[in-house]
Design a protein around this ligand. Structure first.
Ligand code: SF4
Length: 280
């Protein structure tokens, strides 16, 4: 039988993993405990876009976006049409976001945040100083909007505090592929709320109990729907033969972590803005 404690020791506990556990323990179980992998690889276009923008910020003031797109494409080749699209999106970021930057303080920096008995690891995409203060940017490349909330950004913000001594004033997903940003008010108070929620989430790991589905707004972009009794009354069998998984499943509607993930304090301070409207 799977040894949850052993699993916890042998894998780094990433921010994504903590978020999965927080939103839906059943998805967490399928993805991280059973190791069921779904979905295709991230598109090459998205990888190149992320790499080009990160390189542009890493070599801030010493490079051009054209150079960084060429560098990214040399690492992982894409066809001419995709390359033109990557350059177009990357230059859109440059035109709208670069003027806001007073200083680039961190790019792709690893962080570790201690939460209860676990060490959560991740990589902060970007921290910049702007006229509005210290900003944490997480770069997303998806063309369609999936479920996002402030919790992962809050964990990264705690990592930034460990790195720079300050919690960023604003936390944002920069949706490069969609030309918009989802911005949250940050600061110490918000970070304290994230720590509380992270602690509650981490404590669930100590419970040896069935991992129930926890439906919510995040189900729309969940790649595990086909195996989920909430979205499919007759779910597909799991890829491996583990029938014991299906015994006694119930839905945790409104349970101890029912809709909490979607209604965290962070949610109430979210604003959705186009990249252009972020200009100062
Ligand atoms: S569809 Fe929703 S309830 Fe089902 S596994 Fe995915 S996140 Fe959980």
């Amino acid at each position: 039988m799977y040894n949850r404690r052993k699993g916890r020791r042998s894998h780094p506990f990433t921010v994504s993993r903590l978020q999965a556990l927080r939103l839906c323990p059943y998805r967490y179980h399928l993805q991280y405990e059973l190791g069921i992998r779904v979905g295709g690889r991230a598109s090459r276009q998205g990888i190149a876009l992320h790499a080009a923008v990160a390189g542009f910020l890493l070599r801030w003031g010493k490079t051009t976006m054209e150079t960084e797109v060429a560098r990214a494409v040399a690492q992982k080749p894409i066809d001419a049409r995709d390359r033109a699209r990557v350059l177009e999106l990357a230059k859109g970021f440059q035109a709208l976001m670069a003027p806001r930057i007073k200083q680039v303080l961190a790019v792709e920096k690893p962080i570790t945040v201690a939460i209860e008995h676990i060490a959560v690891v991740g990589r902060v995409d970007t921290v910049v100083e702007t006229d509005r203060g210290l900003e944490l940017w997480d770069l997303k490349t998806a063309r369609r909007r999936g479920y996002l909330d402030a919790f992962p950004l809050g964990i990264y913000a705690l990592g930034v505090k460990g790195m720079l001594g300050r919690v960023p004033d604003r936390w944002a997903y920069i949706n490069l592929g969609q030309g918009n940003a989802e911005v949250y008010m940050g600061g110490e108070e918000m970070a304290a709320g994230v720590i509380d929620e992270a602690r509650q989430t981490a404590r669930r790991l100590l419970l040896i109990a069935p991992q129930h589905p926890n439906p919510g707004a995040w189900c729309r972009s969940c790649p595990y729907r086909r195996w989920c009794p909430v979205t499919h009354p007759q779910p597909e069998p799991l890829p491996t033969h583990q029938p014991w998984l299906w015994s006694g499943l119930t839905t945790n509607k409104g349970g101890d972590h029912g809709q909490k993930g979607g209604n965290s304090g962070a949610e109430t301070t979210r604003e959705m803005v186009s990249l252009g409207s972020l200009e100062t």
